[in-house]
Write a protein that binds this ligand. Structure first.
Ligand SMILES: Cc1cc2nc3c(=O)[nH]c(=O)nc-3n(C[C@H](O)[C@H](O)[C@H](O)COP(=O)(O)OP(=O)(O)OC[C@H]3O[C@@H](n4cnc5c(N)ncnc54)[C@H](O)[C@@H]3O)c2cc1C
Length: 422
C-alpha cells in the first residue's frame, strides 16, 4: 500500500471493489471509518470469480492462498470455511524433455546449484533481474528448470522481466553473504516466529470469499457501497484510496498529477488465459495426483503450467470418483496470441497438451477465462513507479494507492497489508 491515511478525518472513499478494495473497506469499516466503496462493474470481486459447469467449479483467477493468521482470522469472521490440500496430493511436477518429473535437475546440476548457493557471495543487488540473480546464485540449469517455470506459472513472465527487489525482496542476499547462509538465517528467524505456510482454499471457491465480503459491506455500508458506478473524476474526499489497476488509476490521477499518471502507465500487465478442464477419470492412461506441473519456456509447449484442482482440494468437482479437474494456464508475455484464439482452438490445444503431458485422452468440458491484463509485471522499473507515487500524489496524507501492483500480488499479501492499515 502506498501513502498514508489522513488521521484528521474518519471519512474514506475507496474506488474499485476488486479483492483489494473489498478488503480495505472491510478493515477500515471495522475500525470505525465511514467508508464509501465505488465499483464500476455490477459485480464486485474484479479478477476473482468462481463459476460452475455441470461437472464442478472453475476459478477465474486465484485458486488458493497461504493461511497466515490474518487470513485465518478474516475467513473465520466472514464464515468462509478454509480447506487444506488433500494429504495424498503433495507432488509437484515439472516438465523436462516432454515428460513430468518430480525433481527436475540431474545429480551434476544439483551439485553445481548447491555449491553456487553455498559459495558465491553477493554484492549490491539493487536493480537485479531474477534471471541475473538466478544465474549468479544457482547456475543456468536451475534458472531454466527451477526459476523459469516457477515465475512463468505465477506471473506469466520470464525471469529476465522480473526485479528481485520488487517481486522477491526476501531473496535479496545481503552483500558479503552467500545465498545459503542468508537463507539459513531467514529460516531461523521464521521458525522463531513459527510462521504458518499452509496453502488453503475456500471450500466453496474464491467467489465465496468475495460474496461474503460483499454481503458484509452491503450490510454495514448500505447505499455507500455502490456497484455499477464507474468513477470518471476523483471525488472530493479527505481520504481517497484507489484500488483499481495501475492503468485505471492513471486516468483518474492525471488531472492532479501528470507525473504520477505517466509513471503508472508504464506498469505493464501480462495476459493470461486460464482454462479449467473437466475430464473423465476413466480416460486417464496413468495416475495423475499432486498439486500441479510447471512448464519451463525451453520446453516450447503451449502452456505455462497446469494446476491439478480436484487432486489438490476436495469439492472442486461434483462427482469425485468419476471426474477430475485441471486448470491449464496459457498466454503470458511469450504467447499472447492465445488471448485471441477461439474456443475450439483452445479446446483442441488443451486436449493435446493433456494427452501428451498427463496421458488424458478426452476433455468433457472446459471453462475459459481470458485476461488481457491479468497480472502486473514486477519489473526493475516498478519500484520507480512506487517512488514517484510516494513523492507526488501519495505524499499528501489521505491519498493512497493499493492493488496487486503496489507490492503484493497474492491474496495473502493483500489481506496482510489491508489488515495492517489503521
Ligand atoms: C489467472 C490468475 C491466477 C491467480 N492465482 C492466484 C492464486 O492462486 N493465489 C493468489 O493469492 N493470487 C492469485 N492471483 C492474483 C490475484 O487473483 C490478483 O492479484 C487479485 O485478484 C487482484 O485484485 P485487485 O483488487 O488488485 O485488482 P482487480 O481484481 O483488477 O480489481 C480492480 C477493480 O477496480 C475496478 N475499477 C477499475 N476502474 C474503476 C473505476 N474508474 N471506477 C470504479 N471501479 C473501477 C474494476 O472493475 C475491478 O473490480 C491470480 C491471478 C490470475 C489472473
Amino acid at each position: 500500500m502506498i501513502g498514508t491515511l489522513n488521521h484528521n478525518s474518519k471519512e474514506v472513499t475507496i474506488i474499485g471493489a476488486g479483492i483489494s478494495g473489498l478488503l480495505t473497506a472491510y478493515y477500515l469499516d471495522r475500525r470505525g471509518y465511514r467508508v464509501t466503496l465505488l465499483e464500476q462493474k455490477q459485480r464486485a470481486g474484479g479478477l476473482i470469480k468462481t463459476s460452475y459447469s455441470d461437472y464442478g467449479m472453475a476459478e477465474s483467477a486465484a485458486h488458493s492462498l497461504i493461511a497466515t493468521p490474518p487470513v485465518v482470522e478474516l475467513c473465520k469472521d466472514l464464515g468462509v470455511e478454509l480447506i487444506e490440500p488433500k494429504k495424498e496430493s503433495k507432488a509437484k511436477y515439472i516438465v523436462r524433455d516432454g515428460k513430468l518429473r518430480r525433481f527436475p535437475l540431474t545429480v551434476g546440476e544439483v551439485a553445481t546449484t548447491a555449491s553456487r548457493a553455498a559459495f558465491v557471495r553477493s554484492t549490491n543487488g539493487n536493480g537485479q533481474t531474477l534471471d541475473e540473480w538466478g544465474r549468479k546464485h544457482l547456475g543456468n540449469a536451475a534458472v531454466e528448470y527451477l526459476l523459469t517455470p516457477f515465475v512463468r506459472g505465477i506471473y506469466g513472465v520470464q525471469p529476465e522481466q522480473l526485479s528481485v527487489a520488487a517481486a522477491y525482496p526476501s531473496l535479496s542476499v545481503p552483500p558479503g553473504q552467500t545465498l545459503l547462509s542468508s537463507m539459513m538465517k531467514k529460516q531461523k528467524q521464521r521458525s522463531r516466529k513459527k510462521e504458518a505456510k499452509k496453502r488453503v482454499a475456500p471450500r466453496f471457491g474464491m467467489g465465496h470469499l468475495v460474496s461474503c465480503l460483499s454481503s458484509r459491506l452491503d450490510a454495514t455500508l448500505g447505499p455507500r457501497f455502490q456497484t455499477g458506478h464507474s468513477v470518471k473524476v476523483l471525488p472530493d474526499a479527505a481520504n481517497l484510496i484507489l484500488t483499481t489497476p495501475a492503468y485505471a488509476a492513471a486516468n483518474l490521477i492525471e488531472p492532479e498529477s501528470v507525473e504520477l499518471a505517466q509513471s503508472l502507465r508504464t506498469v505493464r500487465y501480462t495476459p493470461i488465459v486460464s482454462v479449467t478442464v473437466f475430464v473423465n477419470r476413466k480416460d486417464f492412461t496413468r495416475a495423475v495426483e499432486g498439486v500441479g506441473a510447471l512448464v519451463p519456456a525451453c520446453e516450447n509447449r503451449k502452456c505455462l503450467g497446469i494446476l491439478f484442482n480436484s487432486s489438490s482440494f476436495a469439492d472442486r468437482v461434483n462427482d469425485e470418483s468419476n471426474v477430475a479437474s485441471f486448470t491449464v494456464m496459457m498466454g503470458g508475455t511469450t504467447q499472447i496470441e492465445w488471448l485471441d484464439a477461439d474456443n475450439e482452438m483452445i479446446w483442441s490445444t488443451v486436449q493435446s497438451e493433456l494427452l501428451s503431458l498427463l496421458g488424458i485422452r478426452e476433455v468433457l468440458d472446459l471453462v475459459i477465462h481470458r485476461w488481457p491484463q491479468a497480472l502486473p509485471q514486477y519489473s526493475v522499473d516498478l519500484p520507480k513507479v512506487w517512488q514517484t507515487a510516494k513523492e507526488t500524489w501519495c505524499a499528501t496524507p489521505g491519498r493512497m494507492l493499493f492493488g496487486n501492483y503496489t507490492g503484493q500480488i497474492s491474496l495473502r499479501g493483500m489481506i496482510e497489508s489491508s489488515a495492517a492499515l489503521s
